[in-house]
Design a protein around this ligand. Structure first.
Ligand code: F6P
Length: 548
């Protein structure tokens, strides 16, 4: 470990105070820059050339990855070694998309066989519902499914179902995650219990929000159809089979997974059931296959042409070398508009850490704030700051050459793509005050006004971005896209020296919420509170009056 830490220190010492080149000038200075700073694989094309990473810096980043034993770490990941050391777990969600020959067993536990048995069961169930063979307790066809889960048990399926809207031909899938009664309430208000199935998705089956919502949904079903309807209308996706049974969900409606599938990586497991219900088992398998292809690419491609590695090196450069505290991710596709929500948990829950694997504090900045939203809408909200704000925020553009919607109107799709390309170009090239002034004069403005407005209408440029192109947006490429970002997060974690697979940082707030509940709910005294929290809780209690 120490060798890797030293390599990082040396690398950062070399580049921290290094004068960075103007982005555009690198294209003039470096032969074959574009070729060296781009790579393609199976319908993906990644371009990291609009960053300040010079050829020499890229070579040093690649060398750093090797010094951090990245190849061995990738091998350990795929071999099922317990690389999630702080939870003593393997990280094997890739097994869910890995095909029959992925891994026979780890520590005596069958992997591929278990994965395939559950996969076949939940795909059969999905097909049964889709074909109308599995019905509600009173014989109604199932037209709606409510998926209750939170965090990784919600964001993955919610994103994929939304992204694959144009491939959907199954029941309508609804999502409720927030413990705010308004969330589930708004969903159930529109539905008929007779034709609705409820999925309770929770790895632990103990998460407060999910269990509270599941009980509320249970009461809704029982009130309308009677207690005996629970076993017909509820499905569980969980690793905690005992708790599922206690809730009253039968074994044949329970689809399990394993502790080596992390919550934020669980859409590939039974947690993907709503996706299979929406698009069918064939397309769900395509989704898994696309991710598997990206896994194989990640394991086998040379680092300099390896998409997850390149993306990670650029991300590490922006965070650890340049110190940029956030990254914006902007897909130019309406179907990918929930990508950032999914990615926020993936990236920030994985790499928002400040302690290294050996227990020592990190010596660099780690995971950035990840945010964004679909283009072109984002251009009309936060792009002002990206172009002229005082912070530099690297942007990751994702453009799809073809989508199901593009064939509806090629012209508007062209406008979408042209906008995406224009933004990355504008961020890099900018516009000088002199150019801005000249443009205004050419447009007929008075010299005084042109002079006055020139500083406001100029752009510093030299702002980095990365562009990822997809040849099409299908279940297969969507699987590949998500696996690409998953592996990118892993590689960045290796460079930071942290464990990307635990999430202890979410625990404290959960514990405190439980402590506060008696006070907020019933006004019961709770000891050890700080004056501010006590006053806020009392004020809420007072304002809620007799309703609480
Ligand atoms: O927010 C923390 C977390 O543990 C996530 O990692 C997880 O995805 C989410 O809660 C939900 O957990 P569960 O699936 O066990 O309900």
């Amino acid at each position: 470990m120490q060798k890797a830490y030293n390599a990082v220190d040396e690398f950062l010492a070399k580049y921290k105070n290094h004068k960075r080149d103007n982005l555009y000038s690198l294209f003039q200075k470096e032969n074959n820059r574009l070729e060296a700073m781009s790579a393609s694989f199976a319908g993906f094309y990644l371009d990291i050339s609009k960053t300040a990473i010079s050829h020499a810096a890229f070579a040093d980043l690649l060398q750093l990855a090797r010094q951090c034993s990245l190849q061995d770490k990738i091998a350990a990941l795929f071999a099922g070694q317990r690389i999630n050391e702080t939870q003593n777990r393997s990280v094997l969600h890739m097994a869910c998309r890995g095909g029959k020959d992925f891994l026979d067993s780890v520590d005596g536990e069958p992997i591929s066989a278990n994965v395939h048995s559950v996969l076949n069961r939940f795909l059969d169930f999905a097909e049964g519902v889709r074909k109308g063979n599995v019905k509600g307790v009173s014989g109604h066809l199932i037209t709606d499914v409510v998926h209750i889960g939170i965090g990784g048990s919600d964001l993955g399926p919610r994103f994929v179902v939304d992204a694959m809207m144009s491939f959907q031909d199954g029941p309508t899938i609804h999502f409720a995650s927030n413990v705010d009664p308004a969330d589930l309430g708004r969903v159930l208000a529109r539905l008929n219990p007779n034709s609705t199935f409820i999925i309770v998705a929770s790895k632990t089956f103990t998460t407060q929000e999910t269990m509270a919502n599941a009980l509320a949904a249970r009461a809704w079903i029982v009130e309308a159809l009677g207690e005996h309807a629970v076993e017909h209308h509820f499905v569980a996706l969980s690793t905690n089979l005992e708790a599922v049974e206690k809730f009253g969900i039968t074994e044949d409606r329970t689809f399990g997974f394993w502790d080596w599938v992390g919550g934020r990586y669980s859409v590939w497991s039974a947690i993907g059931l709503p996706v299979a219900l929406a698009i069918g088992s064939k397309l769900f398998k395509d989704f898994l296959q696309g991710a598997k292809e990206m896994d194989d690419h990640f394991r086998n491609a040379a680092f300099e042409k390896n998409l997850p590695v390149m993306l990670a090196l650029a991300g590490y450069w922006h965070r650890a070398v340049c110190g940029y505290s956030s990254r914006a991710v902007v897909p130019y596709a309406r179907s990918l508009s929930l990508f950032t929500s999914w990615l926020q948990q993936l990236d920030m829950e994985s790499n928002g850490k400040s302690i290294r694997l050996d227990g020592s504090p990190v010596q660099t900045e780690t995971g950035p704030v990840v945010w964004g939203g679909a283009g072109t809408d984002s251009q009309h909200s936060f792009f002002q700051l990206l172009h002229q704000g005082t912070d530099i925020i690297p942007v990751e553009f994702i453009l799809c050459a073809q989508t199901a919607a593009s064939c509806l109107d090629e012209k508007r799709h062209s406008m979408l793509l042209a906008n995406g390309l224009a933004q990355s170009q504008a961020l890099m090239l900018g516009r000088t005050a002199a150019q801005a002034k000249q443009d205004m004069l050419d447009a007929g403005m008075t010299p005084d006004d042109a002079e006055r407005l020139a500083p406001h209408r100029s752009f510093s440029g030299n702002r980095p971005s990365i562009t990822l192109l997809l040849d099409s947006l299908t279940p297969r490429t969507l699987g590949g896209l998500m696996a690409l970002y998953e592996h990118r997060v892993f590689v960045e974690g290796v460079l930071y020296g942290i464990n990307s697979y635990d999430q202890w940082g979410v625990e404290l707030g959960k514990v405190m919420a439980k402590t506060l509940l008696p006070l907020v709910d019933k006004g019961e005294a709770v000891s050890g509170l700080d004056p501010s929290t006590l006053q806020l809780a009392s004020r809420l209690k007072e304002w809620r009056g007799s309703t609480a």
